[in-house]
Design a protein around this ligand. Structure first.
Ligand code: PMP
Ligand code: GLN
Length: 389
């Protein structure tokens, strides 16, 4: 392993899913739904396969039908207008979109600011690009994990090239407010920074609307927005994502992307072109369903004695293990050890949030549960967690 990737071993998601398989525990670790996305979208893949659409290399930027649908989706939901030819790029999941953008836009020595905790692929993507990661903490304020805008401002240096944002935010569940986004946008404009905005949970905002930072003044020309079929349509195995942005930025990402995977998932692309045009009720229904699951799991975690940060978005909830440990549960008092013991003691897998932190001590009290699971699975989880160790 080269120096840039030293320190990046197996991702926590693979590790914890293996632990779930080995112990038979309920897997609320890795974020994937236990109910597949819409049947008509799956049928559309079968049709594409049968009709011979996408069985050979699709166009480098993605099939025109999907690019047009992504463009129409951004216009319909956010009033953002992107040319399907040149301002939309289909990628092998959001992961590739983010990595290709980092590889395309950064020089060694550039600094990238990202929020901490951060989704694990950000650190690896920044490292592979040769740039340097600078983190600004989201701190628990009793209600939510909150960004201190003064700290963000203070993190900007002459070397800062890019902000890598994520709202709704994995793992904290924080949704950045209009006011926070406006200030971040001002900062980006003031220092001429590029922004990669990971919005894969755009349709999982439980209170209010999702706001893409690209829609703020001065931001369209400097922002790449990333979406994912895995998250929006519950097809994490298909690995199709998309990037929208101003033409020069998207062209740069396409250059990197064509030498990573070139293209991916032809038949899936045709099906997702139909999925993105589903009536609004699909998207609001998906959100409402997930909100009900949030209530179920949060109540179960509270009953079990965890501190609970009710997420404003995503399908993750962060729990504080300290109240539980203080109440005398025979489990380790730091998140990583707690999560290794929990499948054995209670038959449940969660992710230790410390893996999303550079400051391991700051992340130690927190663990992350995914609630994109059937209600009976969440109820069973609550029962198991209530039982004494
Ligand atoms: N960003 C965030 C914040 C995520 O949680 C995930 C996990 N799905 C991704 C990106 C990666 O998405 P994909 O599976 O489409 O690569
Ligand atoms: N995004 C998912 C999560 O946060 C996992 C993706 C993965 O396994 N790499 O759980």
């Amino acid at each position: 392993l080269n120096q840039r990737l030293s320190g990046f071993g197996t991702t926590i998601f693979a590790e914890m899913s293996e632990l779930a398989a080995a112990t038979g525990a309920i897997n609320l670790g890795q974020g994937f739904p236990d109910t597949d996305g819409p049947a008509e979208v799956r049928e559309a893949v079968v049709r594409a396969l049968r009709d011979g659409r996408g069985n050979q290399y699709p166009p480098a930027a993605g099939v025109p039908e999907l690019r047009t649908a992504v463009s129409a989706h951004q216009e319909h939901w956010y009033g953002l207008s992107y040319d399907p030819d040149g301002e939309v790029l289909v990628t092998a999941g959001a992961t590739e979109g983010i990595a290709a953008a980092l590889l395309a836009l950064l020089e060694p020595g550039d600094e990238v600011i990202t929020l901490e905790p951060y989704y694990d692929s950000y650190a690896a993507g920044i490292a592979m690009s040769g740039a340097t990661r600078v983190t600004v903490p989201l701190r628990p304020d009793g209600q939510r994990f909150t960004l201190d805008l003064a700290e963000l401002r203070a993190a900007v240096t002459p070397r800062t090239r890019l902000l890598l944002l994520n709202t709704p935010h994995n793992p904290s569940g924080t949704v950045l407010t209009r006011g926070e986004l406006a200030e971040i946008a001002e900062l980006a404009c003031e220092h001429d920074l590029l922004v990669i905005s990971d919005e894969v949970y755009e349709h999982l905002v439980f209170d209010g609307d999702h706001l893409p930072i690209a829609s703020f003044p001065g931001m369209r020309e400097r922002t790449l927005t990333v979406g994912s079929a895995g998250k929006t349509f519950s097809f994490t195995g298909w690995k199709i994502g998309w990037v929208t942005g101003a033409e020069p930025l998207v062209r740069a990402v396409r250059t990197a992307k064509q030498y990573l995977t070139y293209v991916s998932g032809g038949p899936f692309q045709y099906a997702l072109a139909e999925a993105l045009r589903l009536p609004d009720s699909y998207f609001t229904g998906f959100r409402d369903d997930m909100r009900a699951k949030r209530e179920l799991l949060c109540a179960g975690l509270r009953d079990a004695g965890f501190g609970v940060f009710v997420p404003q978005g995503t399908y993750f909830v962060t729990a504080d293990i300290r109240p539980l440990v203080a109440a005398g549960v025979e489990l380790p008092s730091n998140g990583p050890d707690f999560c290794r013991a929990l499948p054995v003691s209670h038959g449940v897998v969660a992710i230790p949030s410390a893996v999303f932190y550079d400051d391991k001590e700051a992340g130690a009290p927190f663990i992350r549960f995914a609630f994109c699971k059937r209600p009976e699975v969440l109820a069973e989880t609550a029962d198991r967690l209530r039982a004494p160790a």
